[in-house]
Design a protein around this ligand. Structure first.
Ligand code: XMP
Length: 534
């Protein structure tokens, strides 16, 4: 049986009670090299199957006195590991041990100054929580309730002007609580406080590095797949699927069969570049399935954005399944076992989204992302990146020798430039979109702005306008440029390009792309717009 990641690295367990900040605790802890996992507060400790080195009870939109408030599993306190409650976590711990929590006179959102009380001589652990901090520190508050009476056995270790028990600890057991949010960057010493809890109090080893991950994950994949089974996986040419494919190749060599479906709506030269990187440089067993004509034929005459997406998704499934069958037939002819596993490049934010606690009345989604493949394929999933954030995947890509160009590539949607060609997708519209996008991205890179922008692309608008080129009247199409800054892709702002860069891009596109005589820049934020045009 292959080991799980939390069995290979000291792991801190974070229990999510529904706060918008819970995932930030995971980020902060990973940043100093300790592995941690977020699970919903409904997770029974007795059914966990592994022992964390420490537990953090995160925040919540609930009040501990709500009739449907999420409750802490009492086993958290008998596991014999340090526990820290943050905001609601502190209040729920206080409530559980018999203290008092009450609504604040005014809900408190924003900065506060926390005053750390001098630790008594016999109280090494509370000074450990605040080690390397001065006696006052700015923290971030976001709460409507607060502790008004300590639970028996607890004592106060920090206060603010409005919170008499801004931080507490149990006098004998390793139980801690803070009313503020050390996980948000506005809490100046927040990361240090979390680090003190995790490294000094829980004594977690800081062994979570991508170098260690590669070695352990490759062993884990090898054990999971066994000595003979075959694995198939779709590779898009982006960083996630390339990193996942490389790990598979390191683990099982050519028993991993990568399939790159050329849907005819990828960027200019993208298939060639992917081949160069994945096959020539990284040695991955990759088949490029050229299905561009099939995709374009299925898209003919279709202008509705949702229909386009559906057609592309379904055609992808058909092509991928044809390829899987072909590989299976080849395995049968060679007397090797058939394909048993499907590789997926799922990342941790998708997992968090699917498991996070949504309140007692809401069901907790399970992770059913099988890439839209039909269930009758009956393949077992391998998801080597499901514990990783995007920046960790990028670091892996760097360590695995991938070019910076690939590692830092902007995200690209599955339906490709088909959703950036408004109206019908034809060969000529694909040509225009690809060429304009190529120039746009080239100029952004030349200006040194590529890494400052989260996503940029050129779209083709389905309208024509009059122009003049040389002495001739033209009646040609318009290109719409989009560039956004965002950290989570849920909200986004348009990027404020320097005028000279926009001017260069516009001039080049009008001069070099046949059929285009105008360029417009999209100055819409998300919301109300979305990042893609369709
Ligand atoms: P929107 O347009 O919803 O996009 O603001 C947010 C992010 O998601 C990407 N996106 C997709 N990615 N398949 C994908 O793999 C899709 O169908 C798809 N639609 C949007 C988009 O590029 C942006 O990064």
């Amino acid at each position: 049986m292959a080991e799980q990641v939390h069995e290979m690295f000291d792991t801190v367990l974070i229990l999510d009670f529904g706060s918008q900040y819970s995932h930030l605790i995971v980020r902060r802890i990973r940043e100093f090299g300790v592995y941690c996992e977020l699970l919903p507060c409904t997770q029974k400790i007795s059914e966990l199957g592994w022992k964390p080195v420490g537990i953090i009870l995160a925040g919540s939109p609930f009040s501990v006195y709500d009739h449907d408030a999420p409750r802490v599993d009492p086993d958290v306190f008998t596991l014999g590991v340090p526990v820290m409650g943050i905001c609601y976590g502190l209040q729920e711990m206080t409530n559980y041990f018999g203290g008092k929590v009450q609504p604040c006179a005014h809900r408190e959102y924003g900065p506060a100054t926390v005053k750390i009380l001098p630790a008594g001589e016999a109280d090494a652990q509370s000074s450990m929580l605040f080690e390397e901090l001065s006696s006052e520190s700015q923290v971030w508050m976001s709460h409507g309730d607060q502790v008004t009476e300590l639970a028996p056995g607890f004592r106060c270790i920090a206060t603010t002007d409005t919170a008499p028990f801004a931080a507490v600890r149990h006098v004998e057991k390793p139980l801690f609580g803070v009313q503020f949010h050390p996980e948000v960057t506005h809490s100046i010493d927040g990361k240090q406080i979390i680090k003190n809890f995790v490294v000094k109090i829980c004594k977690a080893q800081q062994s979570w590095t991508m170098n260690n991950f590669i070695e352990k994950e490759v062993d884990r994949i090898r054990a999971m797949v066994g000595p003979q089974a075959q694995v198939i996986g779709a590779v898009s040419g982006g960083v996630d699927s390339s990193v996942a494919a490389k790990l598979m190749h390191m683990a099982i060599g050519d028993r991993f069969h990568g399939v790159l479906v050329d849907n005819g709506v990828m960027r200019l030269n993208e298939c060639e570049q992917a081949h160069k990187m994945l096959v020539d440089k990284m040695g991955i067993n990759l088949k490029i399935a050229d299905a561009s004509d099939r995709f374009l034929a299925n898209l003919a005459g279709v202008t509705d954005p949702e229909k386009k997406r559906k057609i592309i998704g379904n055609t992808f499934i058909d092509v991928f399944e044809d390829e899987a069958k072909y590989i299976d037939d080849q395995c049968a002819a060679a007397g090797t076992p058939p394909i048993e596993f499907l590789l997926q490049g799922t990342l941790y934010p998708d997992v968090i989204e699917s498991i996070s606690f949504k309140g007692p009345s809401a069901t907790i989604k399970t992770h059913h992302n099988v890439g839209g493949l039909k269930e009758n394929m009956k393949l077992k999933l391998i998801e080597p990146l499901r514990e990783l954030f995007k920046d960790e995947v990028r670091e892996l890509g760097r360590l695995l020798g991938m070019d910076d160009d690939l590692v830092w590539r902007h995200p690209f949607p599955g339906p490709g430039i088909a959703i950036r060609i408004l109206g019908e997708v034809t060969k000529d519209q694909v040509r225009i979109a690809r060429h304009a996008d190529y120039i746009y991205i080239e100029e952004i890179k030349k200006a040194g702005l590529y890494r400052k922008i989260a996503q940029a692309y050129a779209a083709v608008l389905p309208v024509k306008a009059v122009g003049v080129k040389g002495d001739k009247r033209t009646y040609e199409q318009m290109i719409c440029l989009r560039a956004v800054e965002t950290s989570d892709f849920m909200t986004a702002d348009w990027y404020p390009f320097p005028y000279d860069v926009l001017k260069r891009i516009s001039t080049r596109i009008c001069n070099e792309v046949d059929g285009v005589n105008r360029v417009v820049y999209d100055v819409s934020s998300k919301p109300p717009a979305t990042i893609e045009l369709e």
